[in-house]
Design a protein around this ligand. Sequence first.
Ligand code: ZN
Length: 150
Amino acid sequence: MSRLDALYQQLILDHNKSPRNFGKLDPYTHYSKGFNPLCGDQYEVTLSVQNGVIQDIQFVGTGCAISKSSGSMMTDAVKGKSLADALALKDHFLSMILDSGTPIERPMLGRLAVLEGVKKFPSRVKCAALVWRALEDAVSDCQVGQTTTE
Ligand code: ZN
């Protein structure tokens, strides 16, 4: 097993066991619910945004280890960022796991880069993408939304 694979497994296990920012903000300014019918992952994402900056973000729900650890890492990564920076990070993250050919700024991704391992498991890509799609949906013009990976 390569070093990155080992790190990937370690991080997934760690975040799955004790996810960061797991819960639901009350009150919140932005909300979305994400569902991945292929795997059964479903999460609610709530944000508190002030002056264009994500002051706080939480996610809650049920799903597989990949989706939960991705939610844990996503919320950690975007908390304190401006909406523009958070959405840019989302674009880079999705480009990385979807292998879309878009140039990726790896330094920007930081520890999120370990999730690149999901590329080897196509059915898991949607699991890792789900909470990021929910984030995107939550901060889009329609403030109460639903998203699905299908
Ligand atoms: Zn899943």
